[in-house]
Structure formats: structure tokens, C-alpha cells
Write a protein that binds this ligand. Structure first.
Ligand SMILES: NC(=O)c1ccc[n+]([C@@H]2O[C@H](COP(=O)([O-])OP(=O)(O)OC[C@H]3O[C@@H](n4cnc5c(N)ncnc54)[C@H](O)[C@@H]3O)[C@@H](O)[C@H]2O)c1
Length: 382
């Protein structure tokens, strides 16, 4: 689908498109305000009798009806399954709610699933689509900034395990990603800031000009300026699409997208899912990872400082919660990037570049300790 001006059923909307080209599958990310109610945005999706919307009560309350109306124009039967809201529900129980619904309503291999919500709904729905009858088509309709700039793109789907985040999942690409910027109007401020963490991430790992732009437009982004958000979503999606197109299954390059995530996932799991938002944990993780990169001599300390200052300005945490050092290492060892027992970190290797490597435990420990909110509770490194 080419970028174009769409005449929507509710409102005309300007629509941008970014293509994701993986070896086995091509699809569009459509970006625009009012897309949910815009008939052309739903054209050319797989034909089926039955469409199933997966959402949660919060998001469905805002946008369920609009999506239902759009889908009724295309599918004879549209049903809905609502999952409990929150990261702590990204688990087997929620996944089974979807399977129960699909089986009890007679869904077959042609049934199309629509994930309406943030990254939690998107990740679970994608995993359900990947595994129901060994795979049914699905469409991502992300409604958080984080999901629009990151989680809905690239086909990583998963649920959490009590021992590790996103540990059970599959690579499975959607048929389309539909980012309606108007849905961001109702997003709580804390969630908007959490999404900005993943936007900021793309700068230091891939595009320093984008980092400059984010620094200059941060106030506009925080005040939800539509044009600024449109650019942030589009550029983030372009970078992610480029990376995923080269390394769909994370055998190398794609790991750079996990900058900050080794530390971030440890915080999320260690604090209990849902306590720290994913984007908050990643923000703090990026501060630690950038400092570690500087400490290892890969980048200048000024870049780590610059990143910390931007994250602070975005209202995101730069100090980790107190957690025993042994727990940090236990949690980081469960990370999917760990290989043969070695923890591997995504580090900045130059401004705008990142790579994955191991790091000496004593240096990691020193850096974590330096960024811990209440270091008195964690033993300082020797
Ligand atoms: N698959 C990937 O590649 C990938 C990448 C990054 C993150 N993730 C995952 O994404 C998840 C985090 O996603 P998230 O930050 O979107 O959190 P989320 O899905 O929990 O959504 C955040 C909150 O905002 C609410 N919400 C969503 N859209 C709203 C709207 N438009 N208006 C009002 N409220 C709205 C939700 O109900 C929820 O309470 C984590 O589980 C993380 O692991 C996956």
C-alpha cells in the first residue's frame, strides 16, 4: 500500500506506510490518525468468515466499537475476547482464554485475529495466532506508543514465565500493522513516557540524527504533538523494519534492538511483572548499558551522559531499584541472549552503533551499583 490520503468512513486521514520485508513474508505498517475508522486501511486483508478481536477492557472500552464496525464491513462474524489488563497477565492463563474462545466459537484455520491494545495484548495474540491450529493470520492494531514503535513490528510473540520474561514464544509475522495515532490521545502520561524509551533507543544504536531530533522535539512529543508523534513512529518503524528485514530470527544484528533490555528485563522480573513498566525498565537499562559501554572504553562517557540526561528529561527512571547483586546476575543469566552460560550485553560500540558482547562481571557489578537507587541495600563491589 502506497502512502496516500485515505477517505475514511469516519474521518479523512493521511496515511504513511512502512514496509517490512522478511524472507518469507512482506507486510505494511500503516501510520496515520483516524485509521481505525478508515475503510481503505482494512482492504486486502485475508478473507475469512470469522474475525476475532483480542483486547482488554481498558482499550476495548475506547476503541472496540470502532474496530468492530470496520471489521463488520469485511467479515460476516466478528467476536471479541477480553483478557485481563496488565503485564502480570501476559501468561498461560490469558493465552488459554484465547484458545477457549477460538475453539468454542468454531474458529478454523482461516479465522483472522486482531490484536487491539498495547504490547501485552499484541505479544499474547501473536503467540496465539502462531500456535492455534499451527498458525492463523493476525493483524496488529497497536494502541500504545511502545507498541506502535516497537512491539507490533517484527513478529516476536511471547508470554512471560515466572522465571523469565518473554521466555515462551515464537517468531510469527502479522499480516499488517495498523498504527492509529489518534489512539494515543487516551494513553496515560506514564505509558506515553514508557513508549518514548523505545523511541529513544533507536538513536544511539542506529541513527544519531534521530537522537538529535528527539532531543529537540522532546517537549512536542511529551505534549502529544501529532506531527512529532507521526515522525517518531515512522522513523522508529523504518529502523526496526530495516533491522528485522536483515535478521528476522535474531541470529545477529537484531539483538541490537535489545539495547538496555538485559538490565531492563532483570528489573521487570525482579520487581514482579507490572511494577515497573517495560519502557521504564528499558530506560534505566539503557543508562546502565551505556555506562557499561563507556566503562569498557567503547564509547566516550559524554555519550552515556547525554543519553542519561535525555532519559531524565523524558521523565523516565535512571536509577535501578535496590536488588541483591546475586539476583541481578541470576536474572540476567536467564536472558535469551545468554550463550553457553555467558551473559551477553548489547553495548554501544560507537555513536549510532551497537553490538553484543560479554563483559567482566566485576565491571558490570560496579556499573549496576553506581546506578542503584539505594546502594546501601546492595553490597558495594570490592
Ligand atoms: N514483541 C516485541 O518485539 C516487543 C518489543 C517491546 C516490548 N514488548 C512487550 O510489550 C509489552 C509492553 O507493552 P506496552 O507498554 O504497550 O504495555 P501494555 O500492553 O500493558 O499497555 C499499557 C497500558 O496502557 C493501556 N492502554 C493501551 N492502549 C491504550 C490507549 N490507547 N488508551 C488508554 N489506555 C491504553 C493498557 O490497557 C495497559 O494498561 C511488554 O510485555 C514487552 O515485553 C514486545
Amino acid at each position: 500500500m502506497q502512502p496516500s490520503v485515505h477517505e475514511g468512513t469516519q474521518a479523512a486521514t493521511t496515511c504513511d506506510a512502512v514496509q517490512v520485508l522478511t524472507p518469507g513474508h512482506h507486510y505494511d505498517i500503516l501510520i496515520g490518525a483516524g485509521l481505525l475508522g478508515s475503510a481503505p486501511a482494512w482492504q486486502d486483508l485475508p478473507r475469512a468468515v470469522h474475525a476475532v478481536v483480542v483486547s482488554n477492557p481498558t482499550v476495548h472500552g475506547h476503541y472496540g466499537q470502532t474496530l468492530q464496525r470496520a471489521l463488520m464491513a469485511r467479515y460476516a462474524k466478528v467476536s471479541t475476547v477480553l483478557l485481563p489488563d496488565g503485564e502480570q497477565h501476559k501468561n498461560w492463563t490469558s493465552l488459554n482464554l484465547i484458545f477457549d474462545h477460538l475453539l468454542s466459537t468454531g474458529c478454523d484455520r482461516r479465522t483472522v485475529l486482531f490484536a487491539l491494545g498495547g504490547g501485552v495484548v499484541g505479544d499474547i495474540t501473536g503467540f496465539a495466532a502462531a500456535t492455534y491450529m499451527r498458525g492463523v493470520p493476525f493483524v496488529q492494531v497497536p494502541t500504545t506508543l511502545l507498541a506502535q514503535v516497537d512491539s507490533s513490528v517484527g513478529g516476536k510473540t511471547a508470554i512471560n514465565h515466572p522465571l523469565g520474561k518473554n521466555m515462551v514464544g515464537a517468531f510469527y509475522q502479522p499480516q499488517r500493522v495498523l498504527c492509529d495515532l489518534a489512539t494515543l490521545d487516551t494513553l496515560p502520561d506514564r505509558e506515553l513516557r514508557a513508549g518514548l524509551a523505545e523511541v529513544i533507543k533507536y538513536g544511539p544504536i542506529a541513527d544519531m540524527a534521530f537522537l538529535d531530533w528527539i532531543e529537540s522535539q522532546l517537549d512536542a512529543l511529551l505534549s502529544r504533538d501529532r506531527q512529532a508523534l507521526a515522525h517518531a513512529v515512522r522513523r522508529s518503524c523504518e529502523i526496526k523494519a530495516l533491522v528485522v528485514g536483515q535478521d528476522e530470527r535474531e541470529s545477529g544484528l537484531r539483538a541490537i534492538l535489545n539495547f538496555g533490555h538485559t538490565f531492563g528485563h532483570a528489573i521487570e522480573t525482579g520487581m514482579g511483572y507490572g511494577q515497573w513498566l517495560h519502557g521504564e525498565a528499558v530506560a534505566c537499562g539503557m543508562v546502565i548499558a551505556a555506562d557499561l559501554s563507556a566503562e569498557l572504553g567503547l564509547i566516550d562517557h559524554s555519550l552515556a551522559t547525554r543519553l542519561r540526561q535525555l532519559i531524565e528529561r523524558a521523565g523516565l527512571p535512571t536509577q535501578a531499584p535496590p536488588m541483591p547483586m546475586a539476583q541481578w546476575f541470576e536474572l540476567m543469566a536467564v536472558d535469551k541472549k545468554a550463550a553457553d552460560g555467558d551473559i551477553r550485553y548489547v553495548l554501544l560500540s560507537a555513536p549510532g552503533q551497537a553490538r553484543m558482547q560479554a563483559a567482566p562481571a566485576d565491571v558490570v557489578e560496579r556499573v549496576i551499583w553506581r546506578h542503584t537507587r539505594d546502594p546501601a541495600t546492595a553490597a558495594p563491589p570490592a
